[in-house]
Design a protein around this ligand. Sequence first.
Ligand code: CIR
Length: 255
Amino acid sequence: MSWMAFTRAVSPSLAACELTHVARTPIQVDRAVAQHARYEDALRRLGCAVQRVAPAPEHPDAVFIEDTAVVLDEMAVITRPGAESRRGETQAVALALEPHRELRAIAAPGTLDGGDVLVAGRRIFVGRTARSNDDGIAQLAALTAPFGYEVIPVEVRGCLHLKTAATALDDGAVLHNPMWVEPAAFAPLTAHAVHPDEPMGANVVRVGERLLYAEAYPRTLAAMRALGYDVVTVPADELAKAEGAVTCCSLIFRE
Ligand code: CIR
């Protein structure tokens, strides 16, 4: 078994990105491009074959490819992003995924962002947010139920996506920020909290047993390592100015 990571180039128009909970500050696109390249290198070091989907320079948020699809072992679901400005991002991702998975799609009036979809084993936790509505969540549940997945809606408050508030460390544990999501929502999984000084630190990429994390959250990093997790870090602060975290920049799946 091998791992594949789809990524997408940082658009020159990144500074015109959607922003919801993050104040707009100047974004240095060159710096974001350099951080993105280091992120791709780190994915390779974790064992992923990295493939870039065709760039979409007209879409400021295209680098955040995670939002455009939910890729499971058995199939993939092309999303219908909650932000209208992002709907044109999905077509090229569907084309790139087609050789790898059978595809399904979320249809109007459903909306779903991949950033709201947290898969842990056969459980799929989905954030109810401004980006993902009940219709989109119900469609995802109907599409994945035949493969034995259970979709569990989760209330999220104060941040963009469920995965801003919580991500999986393994199939039995999540890292979360209790300000934005109730740890009980993930029961029976163990919920570890971020360090209170690092509210944006709940987003971690998982490649099998190994984790990729932003270097900006050293206290939470130390806690993860103390729990025995194997974590590599990358700089990601320029992409964070566009309200994107590490999971947002890839679609990772088994080949
Ligand atoms: C947006 O608001 O859509 C982008 N500026 C950030 C998307 C981040 N994606 C993610 O968390 N999965």
